[in-house]
Write a protein that binds this ligand. Structure first.
Ligand SMILES: NC(=O)c1ccc[n+]([C@@H]2O[C@H](COP(=O)([O-])OP(=O)(O)OC[C@H]3O[C@@H](n4cnc5c(N)ncnc54)[C@H](O)[C@@H]3O)[C@@H](O)[C@H]2O)c1
Length: 453
């Protein structure tokens, strides 16, 4: 469904004249390509998380029409899952050939190619769902914001929704005063489960398999040779607490640790963890960000870090401090939790009258007192059902791009403090960083190999 169809549908719904899709051909779309009333979808970057997320999209109602991946082997299980879908290697060919046959685009590639794919899809007036983090740099996130405002299409980022049962319950309890005024929020992740802390890129290289287009994988990143796997005895593999991506150097999965391609543990999990606090306290931009981390070499993110964000008071909420931990670091367990330990991933709210670990009020007496706080916040169906509803002209998805840019910039700003080792005082309007020119230089990074934003 293109934008004009969407507006027609919206008008029909408002007038009560229609409750289902009008066939595409009636509305001037490409006749015959969408005989049913589903929203047609193309998936780009489908070999990793793209596989389960495209299945979720199908379950939500999307019709998967076309697929694109630069690696035939990694993508095979998804090609097999959707045998009817037309296949592409280059997303530009997909967008050029599919034209009006697709309404929506899902992007599941590594972080360094989110922006080019998302921008191309928005400029083609497609609805877009991009995996988190929306972009790898702040310049990219602002370009995406401009493009989505121009396109006016339905968008979504795949971070853990603040519309789930536990997230809504947490908000209801905190808004009801369960732990007083919130002063601090601690969020953490057990990542990285891939190598980080590398001193430099490998000195070895490997032949590129015929099943992989390495140049397309690199996209706008600096050209460098393909390296397949770390040697079995590599210290980088031993240093990682787990290697979910196996021994791969870059592809698949282990791009995460490299500054040219990924955004580290903060980029991997920060949007998931920060989404609820951002929604709950209407957070936008911190005034100051400071980081403490293990040794940082320019090529790769460090093994562990702790990043502190200070937010100014708003009309509704007082000043708030949020602290991020990864690499096995966690906040200290409060005395009232006795011998309990924190799990690998978590969020702890510290208020003037107590603490909450996720939606659990730690003081049993206060927990009892707030048992019957009514449910007032709308629960929704999850990432893909929300996006499907938005594509059909309904309520916007909870992590639409307009909402998600500050959450994405939360992780990107934290990385500026980690990468430069200095405090960051960012001006979100002029995109400058007071007293930290090295951080300011990372806001916009060079695009290589002829690619532009
Ligand atoms: N819950 C979530 O929202 C969630 C979970 C996991 C990963 N992610 C995000 O998804 C992204 C991918 O992570 P992954 O673990 O699936 O990685 P992966 O390396 O396993 O998969 C990425 C896929 O994209 C393909 N690809 C790479 N460049 C491409 C290009 N230019 N065009 C088309 N295809 C291309 C690769 O061949 C591969 O199949 C990351 O940004 C990650 O942060 C999100």
């Amino acid at each position: 469904m293109n934008v004009s169809r969407r507006h027609l549908l919206k008008a029909a719904l408002v007038s009560g004249a229609a409750v289902t899709f009008v066939p595409r051909s009636v509305l001037g779309g490409t006749a015959g390509t969408s005989p049913n009333e589903k929203v047609t979808l193309a998936g780009i970057g489908i070999g990793g998380i793209g596989n389960p997320q495209l299945k979720d999209a199908r379950n939500a109602g999307f019709q998967v029409e076309a697929l694109c991946d630069v690696d035939d082997v990694h993508a095979k299980k998804t090609y097999d899952e959707f045998p009817q879908a037309r296949k592409y290697r280059d997303f530009r060919d997909l967008l050029a050939s599919e034209g009006d046959r697709i309404d929506a685009v899902y992007c599941g590639t590594p972080d360094h190619t989110h922006a080019i794919i998302t921008l191309a899809a928005l400029r083609a007036k497609k609805h877009v769902c991009c995996v988190k983090p929306l972009t790898r740099t702040i310049e990219e996130s602002r370009a995406v914001l401009k493009a989505v405002r121009e396109a006016g299409t339905a968008t979504q980022v795949t971070m853990e929704p603040h519309t789930s049962e536990w997230a809504c319950r947490t908000m209801e309890l905190i808004y009801a005063g369960a732990i007083g005024e919130i002063r601090e929020i601690h969020i953490w992740s057990g990542r990285p489960v891939w190598p980080q802390g590398m001193v430099d890129h490998p000195k070895f290289s490997d032949p590129v398999p015929s099943t992989l287009d390495w140049d397309l994988w690199l996209g706008p990143a600096k050209k460098r040779p393909f390296a397949a796997q770390w040697p079995e005895d590599s210290p980088y593999l031993q240093m990682a607490c787990a290697c979910w991506g196996g021994r791969s150097v870059y592809h698949p999965f282990n791009f995460r640790g490299w500054t040219d391609f990924g955004t580290g543990s903060l980029g991997d999990m920060g949007c998931h963890r920060a989404n609820l606090p951002y929604k709950m306290f209407d957070l936008k931009y911190p005034t100051r960000i400071t980081a403490s981390n293990t040794r940082m070499h320019p090529a790769a993110f460090p093994i562990g870090c702790m990043v502190t964000y200070d937010y100014p008071a708003s009309e509704k909420f007082p000043e708030i401090r949020m602290v991020w931990y990864d690499g096995g670091l966690k906040p200290s367990v409060p005395k009232c939790m006795g011998n309990e330990t924190f799990p690998a991933e978590g969020v702890l709210f510290v208020g003037t009258e107590g603490m909450m670990f996720h939606d659990r009020i730690l003081d049993p007496e206060r927990a009892k007192k707030f048992e019957n706080v009514p449910k007032t916040i709308q629960r929704r169906g999850g990432v893909m059902p929300e996006w499907y509803e938005a594509c059909r002209g309904g309520q916007p998805a909870s992590a639409n791009f307009e909402y998600s840019v500050p959450v994405t910039e939360f992780v990107l700003l934290g990385n500026l403090a980690v990468q430069t080792g200095k405090p960051v005082e960012f001006d979100p309007v002029s995109l400058t960083v007071k007293n930290n020119p090295e951080a300011e230089a990372l806001i916009a990074q060079p695009y290589h190999n002829g690619w532009t934003l």
